[in-house]
Design a protein around this ligand. Sequence first.
Ligand code: SF4
Length: 287
Amino acid sequence: MKTLNECPRRYVHHHVVGRGGWPGGPRQDDADVALAWRLGSRRPHSDLMMRAVSDGIRDRLWADHQDEAWSAGAAEAMLRSRIDESIRMQDGCVDAMELDSLVEGGWERLRAIERAPLISLLERGERIDEWMPLDRLDPLRQDGARLYAAPDLLARSGSTWHLVRISAQIGRREPLESQRLELGMLLAWALEQPGLPREPARFIIHRLGWRGHRWLSWRQRCSETWLRDSRALVEHDLAALSQARWKAGPFTELELLPTTDQKRICRGCGYREICPGAKRLLVFSDM
Ligand code: SF4
């Protein structure tokens, strides 16, 4: 939903016009739909690096959980290969010096994860009774929408359950209020899972995030109020989505939709070369 809030036109172009246009999707043979999907999926290279870091952390946690060997050399090579492949798929080629620099930044994060708060307890087998990594893409349904609200890691210590979200880059230790409400949806996910308690106070939500060369931790015990406010935010976002669709009309006319007024968002957007909104905001050198 972040994209919708940042730029309704971009969200609708990607998720409505481009729907089904992903490789292997039901509308991949329609050139306009496939292009809309491909441009909407474009990400800054730093985002692709962070996605590769998240995948690497997930590999590491699964290896630890399964008591399998984890090799630093193999993990770094996999990180490089993931970043290289994602940039090549998006842009068709990779600049070798830029790749080295992205791998360096990603490897610093991945190597340090074993010393991160909470993760270091798992590594040492201390104070945690049971734990397991999870697939964040396991969706939760709310009002007919699919929400990706699963944590990256679930752990139990005595009667308390910890729901951990890992972020390869954060702006500051404390989440913004909107981010805190998004994190609250981890509890909505947990309350749907068989075998987990039904009382919010039995859960603590953690955010582990990378900032300034180290992993920082933020945590908060759950409550009914937090859950209610988080659900209200999702309802608000879903209403904004249907309003954006409604504004675009039955033929999805993108011109009818509002665009961002922030250059930063246009600069990272795959539609910037064909979008009138970007032409208004960006000078030629930004394109
Ligand atoms: S280029 Fe800018 S205005 Fe146009 S869709 Fe992208 S973010 Fe929105």
